[in-house]
Design a protein around this ligand. Structure first.
Ligand code: HEC
Length: 125
């Protein structure tokens, strides 16, 4: 009886340690990019879903997952982008052509992908 209880406790401790490690790992590094919310028809806007995946793949390393910025790129979230570029076409030109340390994405992303990622930044982040 006793050894079984002891083994159970050991497993419980081991699981607790594992859960703690996972929690630490999840908290490290960059913030995650929020999902696109559901539209009136109960599904997320597919353009913004595509924009989110472009953002995660191409932008989050420098601007952080939630757009709050890193040492390598400025903050873009919470209205910061639309404040700096009220006309989306001007922001699209920066993304396509680059700006100082900001790389040019014109050769990598289509105009549609650039518009989609900018919409994701403006409307979700
Ligand atoms: C290698 C790092 C890096 C990556 C990757 C990157 N950026 Fe940037 N980004 C920067 C830096 C640095 C700046 C600041 C440029 C400056 O004004 O000197 C910047 C600026 C910008 C600006 C202009 C902000 C302003 O206030 O003028 C926009 C818009 C932008 N980035 C969008 C994006 C998007 C969208 C992506 C992904 C497609 C992306 N960036 C990927 C580094 C990066």
């Amino acid at each position: 009886m006793f050894p079984l209880v002891a083994r159970g406790k050991a497993i419980a401790h081991w699981l607790a340690a594992l859960a703690l490690l996972l929690a630490i790992a999840a908290g490290c590094g960059s913030a995650s990019s929020p999902e696109v919310g559901l539209g009136p028809d109960g599904t997320p806007d597919p353009v913004m879903v595509a924009g989110r995946s472009v953002y995660i793949d191409r932008c989050s390393s420098c601007h952080d997952g939630d757009g709050s910025g890193t040492g390598n790129g400025p903050r873009l979230n919470q209205g910061r982008l639309v404040e700096a570029y009220p006309d989306l076409a001007d922001a699209a030109a920066v993304v396509a052509d680059g700006k100082d340390r900001m790389p040019a994405f014109g050769g990598l992303l289509s105009a549609g992908e650039i518009d989609a990622v900018l919409r994701y930044i403006n409307e979700v982040l």
